[in-house]
Design a protein around this ligand. Sequence first.
Ligand SMILES: C[S@@+](CC[C@H](N)C(=O)[O-])C[C@H]1O[C@@H](n2cnc3c(N)ncnc32)[C@H](O)[C@@H]1O
Length: 200
Amino acid sequence: MTEKEYSREDWQGHYESNDLGWDLGQVAPPFVSLWEEKKLPVGKALVPGCGRGHEVIFLAENGFEVTAIDFSKGAVTYLERVLEERRLNGRVLHQDFFGLDNSHDGVYDLVLEQTFFCAISPRQRQDYVLNVARILKPGGMLVGLFYHTDKEGGPPYNTTREDIEMNFAMSFEVQELNKTSLSAEQRKDKEWLCILKKKD
Ligand SMILES: C[S@@+](CC[C@H](N)C(=O)[O-])C[C@H]1O[C@@H](n2cnc3c(N)ncnc32)[C@H](O)[C@@H]1O
């Protein structure tokens, strides 16, 4: 069992050695389907732990005012370059998600979660929920794919249905929580597609 927690330097090391096993190389297909079904609230969106930012690019292409956050320089540099090359608007913040200041409070219509909740230590999960609730507008949505690795240790740390229900129940109403046949091949039956609405 891996018990050492990942540091910022550990994550940055993955970008330096191009060891990005989590990177799908495309926006996760279930998000495209949600977009087509008009289930993603258009407006201001934030993507925490965005990595190379395939979700960020997708949101920017589809009219969202998107903010991306990652504390690894390699992720931020890559994403800024792609946004510029494609002439897309997007704000990329090189910082710790847990250090967002109060200028973000109540700002976002949507937080899009993709392989960030499983990247942080399970000890930080309540802090994640508090921060997402803090930065969302009343009635704002957290839409995410949560990694059900079914393995001990991490990262990636396993997320069960109960983990989601237990962690988010206080501040969010669960609207959908299911496995989806649209998952990328390597994630089939290994992720929860979850739509959560912030309680008033
Ligand atoms: C497993 S990767 C996922 C990247 C991207 N979401 C994807 O699916 O391709 C996790 C990312 O979260 C970033 N990260 C981890 N902890 C962070 C924190 N506390 N604040 C900001 N970024 C963080 C890492 O640098 C890394 O890019």
